[in-house]
Design a protein around this ligand. Structure first.
Ligand code: SF4
Length: 378
């Protein structure tokens, strides 16, 4: 199958759901983590939980890049935006994420020059259009977006662009999965592996999850049938007592990854010794910093960054939701103080955030999968 329509075909979906029911042992409780925020969004958007047996529990993982960014990093970036003649450029996803003193949009309302860009290249264009200002691109994301930031920094260096820098918050997926597996309060049977960042890193970096931890992992696409097929593959492995890495998303993810993208990342970035993740704390070698050879374009070295550490508001349970310990609706603030219109935590802002996805598709307008409801969604 090659086309999106086929992966949303209600008949195939129902057949695959039937196969899931056939493979499920009614006396067993399955806990499968979807690592990627895009998967969480698709699960709620298509109402996939409605076709799964009750003893299959989908646990939301830490794969939403906006959500895992601690509040202090947002405030650090905004402290640069507060300096004269600086343009703060970031993806739209970042604009409503709360810092301790407001979101980037609220800072804009107070006079900061905050702009939405659709790619880091747009930030370069902005710098060229505004030679009397400094454009600081607030970079976020896993290995999915890090290559485009790397290529942009290579271009800035090649062109000798003086009024441009990157505030680098890129993180890497493997240490986050390791932290989840090391967490004593987390018991998982297998992983629905990330689709987007695997297009860059490939499948090989997950092999230790199967060989050392004995957990199956299936790299998965983002359509309803992708997710259900991946659950079938996981159940087959679990029933056979196997633990392997399998690639359900072969139409997009090459087993060895994207060598050109990895090369660009390697030239521009190096691993930080440690980095703070919201909900997961400090994780060693889990994030990227800009190499010395690109120091001139590193906002953290060009500006005086305070290095603020801020804990989330006391009642907010973003950390527990990010670790998969709590479901979004179990947070005390969910749909009360915290809504997409008035978010307390980043998980309620990003389209990949589990709280926003749950609120928009389950809480506010329940979706039940059926031929009719699927037709309305696709
Ligand atoms: S409902 Fe709001 S405060 Fe609670 S976990 Fe979700 S984003 Fe965080």
């Amino acid at each position: 199958m090659k086309f999106v329509d086929e992966f949303r075909n209600p008949e195939l979906i129902m057949k695959t759901a039937e196969e899931i029911r056939r493979l499920t042992d009614p006396h067993r409780h399955y806990r499968l983590m979807e690592v990627c925020g895009g998967h969480t969004h698709a699960i709620y958007r298509f109402g996939l939980k409605d076709v799964l047996p009750e003893n299959i529990d989908l646990i939301h993982g830490p794969g939403c890049p906006v959500c895992v960014l601690p509040m202090g990093r947002i405030d650090d970036g905004l402290s640069i935006a507060a300096q004269p003649n600086v343009i703060f450029a970031a993806f739209g996803d970042m604009m409503r994420v709360p810092g301790a003193h407001g979101s980037p949009l609220e800072h804009k309302a107070r006079g900061a020059d905050v702009r939405i860009v659709y790619s880091p290249t747009d930030a370069i264009k902005l710098a060229k259009k505004n030679p009397d200002k400094h454009v600081m691109f607030f970079a976020i994301g896993f290995e999915t977006t890090a290559p485009s930031t790397a290529l942009t920094l290579q271009r800035a260096k090649a062109e000798g662009l003086q009024n441009f820098s990157v505030f680098c918050n890129h993180v890497t997926i493997i240490p986050a999965i390791r932290a989840i597996l090391d967490s004593p309060d987390m018991r998982l049977d297998g992983f629905i592996g990330p689709g987007h960042c695997s297009t860059v890193i490939g499948c090989r970096p997950y092999e230790w999850i199967a060989s050392d931890e004995g957990k199956p992992i299936v790299v998965c696409g983002f359509e309803p049938l992708d997710l259900l097929q991946s659950i079938v593959i996981l159940l087959r492995q679990l029933n056979n007592g196997e633990a392997k890495v399998e690639n359900q998303y072969k139409r997009v993810v090459p087993w060895e990854g994207n060598r050109a993208a990895l090369k660009a990342m390697n030239e521009v970035f190096q691993l930080r010794p440690y980095f703070e993740w919201r909900g997961l704390g400090f994780i060693s070698q889990s994030a990227l910093r800009i190499r010395d050879s690109y120091a001139q374009w590193d906002a953290e070295r060009r500006f005086n960054v305070p290095g603020i550490r801020i804990t989330d508001p006391k009642a907010a349970q973003c950390g527990e939701v990010l670790k998969g310990v709590l479901k979004p609706a179990q947070c005390k603030l969910f749909a009360q103080e915290c809504t997409p219109e008035s978010p307390v935590g980043a998980l309620m802002v990003s389209s990949e955030g589990s709280c926003a996805a749950f609120y928009n598709y389950q809480h506010r307008k329940p979706v039940t999968i059926s031929n009719a409801s699927l037709a309305a969604v696709v």
